[in-house]
Design a protein around this ligand. Structure first.
Ligand code: NAD
Ligand code: MG
Length: 388
């Protein structure tokens, strides 16, 4: 057991990644101390976590949320509000888990790295939208970024056998695996009748609603291609997607000599979360361990570009560069929210994103102000299309 005790800030504590992180922390009270939390609408849950872990600083999204939470927790708890509050909390612990949903997680990513902390990144949207800005703050002395996303965590582990020169010249390609989601093998005709319940019924992972819908359109994998490129500094031309329905091989790295390294486990997000928290120590809980004597089937197939155009949109956004990935992610957030609110059909999600991307005009993305303006423009275009 390691002797170093780490303080942890868990932002987005009430969600799917948040609750699985709490499960890891509960098992390692000697190793980790939870010092800061944040959440969105689920105030009762946020209060329960605050009280259970005796957390002293909590972030909420508005003044009214602050007042409501204050009634549920000890008066000594400091409650901070909004983006500034999130930024403050993200600079306040040794390890910062960014489990916030969507572009709202941006202040956490930037602030943790700027403060020289270890960032355990689940919130892929912030890295995808802000890749050039993240690259700058990532160079802060002491700062490090580890991937909670299972595919990127797998690649991180496989890359340990590489000398790690910039751009990884000994790596031929990264192979991101995709479960294929609930609609793998569906025809276009079948997809036109896809319901919300169908789309939320993921075959291998239990996750928050937004990423579950992204998995059904394969936009999640498209976003992960962009995430891999930004995370490892490898052009998307060297990132490929392979469908692997069992979700046992979490991703692979092919080296120039033809060797392929893979990371395998049963699907359990506590494994990548614990990897990021404990690094370089692996926590001894056997999450996702495989019994190879029992019925382990591993199959692979190519993704279907006709039924799942989201993947091509993501590659195109990367080639366009600048603010295009931010537009893609913002338009997708708006379209998925509209689908979850029963305003559009499943097929219309990626239609809306494609129509927004048709309107993208090259913008280099030099500053945070540029990014925030581009995010707002892409959202406004998406809302405009939804209102038509
Ligand atoms: P979730 O919806 O279950 O939880 C999101 C958390 O963020 C909640 O605590 C919510 O209260 C908070 N939140 C939502 N909107 C907010 C806002 N505007 N401001 C501040 N806080 C807000 O989502 P999740 O499935 O846990 O996913 C979180 C992130 O992790 C996403 O970026 C997702 O892509 C990524 N991720 C999730 C999984 C998974 O297994 N769930 C796997 C890989 C990556
Ligand atoms: Mg993933």
């Amino acid at each position: 057991m390691p002797t170093v005790r780490r303080s942890v800030a868990l932002l987005g504590a009430t969600g799917s990644i948040g609750s699985q992180t709490l499960d890891v922390l509960r098992r390692e009270p000697e190793m980790f101390e939870l010092v800061a939390l944040s959440g969105g609408e689920q105030l009762n849950e946020l209060a329960d976590i605050t009280n259970e872990f005796h957390v002293t600083r909590v972030g909420v999204i508005s003044d009214s949320h602050r007042d409501a939470l204050a009634a549920l927790v000890d008066s000594s708890v400091e409650i901070v509000v909004g983006e500034d509050g999130l930024s403050e909390l993200a600079a306040s612990a040794d390890v910062v888990v960014n489990a916030v949903l969507g572009f709202a997680g941006l202040p956490v990513t930037l602030s943790a790295l700027r403060a020289g902390k270890r960032l355990a990144l689940a919130n892929k949207e912030s890295l995808i939208a802000a890749a050039p800005l993240v690259a700058k703050v990532r160079a802060t002395p002491g700062a490090s970024m580890l991937p909670v996303d299972s595919e990127h965590c797998a690649i991180h582990q496989c890359l340990a056998s590489s000398p790690g020169e910039p751009g990884y010249p000994d790596v031929r390609r990264l192979l991101l695996t995709a479960s294929g989601g609930p609609f793998r093998g569906w025809s276009l005709d079948q997809l036109r009748g896809a319901t919300k319940a169908d789309a939320l019924n993921h075959p291998t992972w239990s996750m928050g609603a937004k990423i579950t819908i992204d998995s059904s359109t394969l936009m999640n994998k498209g976003l992960e291609v962009l995430e891999a490129s930004a995370f490892f500094g490898i052009n998307v031309d060297r990132v490929e997607v392979v469908v692997h329905p069992q979700s046992i091989v979490h991703s692979m790295v092919e080296y120039v000599d033809g060797s392929v390294l893979a990371q395998l486990s049963r699907p359990d997000m506590r494994l990548p979360i614990a990897y990021c928290l404990g690094m370089p120590v692996r926590l001894d809980h056997g999450w996702g361990a495989i019994d190879f004597t029992k019925d382990v089937e591993l199959t692979f197939e190519a993704p279907d570009p006709k039924s799942f155009p989201a993947l091509a949109l993501a590659y195109e956004a990367s080639r366009l560069g600048g603010a295009a990935p931010a537009w893609l992610s913002a338009a997708n957030e708006v379209a998925v929210a509209a689908f979850l609110a029963d305003q559009i059909s499943w097929c219309e999600i990626i239609d809306v994103v494609a129509r927004v991307m048709d309107e993208y005009v090259a913008d280099p993305l030099d500053s945070l102000q540029d990014l925030v303006a581009n995010d707002a423009t892409a959202r406004a275009r998406a809302h405009g299309i939804l209102e038509q």
